[in-house]
Design a protein around this ligand. Structure first.
Ligand SMILES: [Zn+2]
Length: 72
């Protein structure tokens, strides 16, 4: 288990590495950061065509549960 070197900004607890996932039926995917405000689409839920997307990494504080995400 990887820990972020920076402690929790709320309580100084340890930040554990993880990720947030989305599930569509049996398929699980890592949540991604998308540039710009969300625009709804009748066909796909939200429009992301032509936008920059980056997989996210989320750290969770093992003391208070605070979540901190990075899109590197
Ligand atoms: Zn904390």
């Amino acid at each position: 288990m990887t820990h972020n070197k920076t402690p929790c900004p709320k309580c100084s607890g340890k930040m554990e590495e993880g990720f947030i996932y989305d599930q569509f039926d049996a398929i699980r995917l890592v949540s991604k950061w998308v540039e710009g405000a969300p625009e709804k689409s009748i066909w796909t839920g939200v429009k992301i065509k032509g936008r920059k997307t980056i997989e996210t990494q989320t750290f969770r504080c093992d003391k208070c549960g605070f979540l901190e995400s990075y899109a590197k």
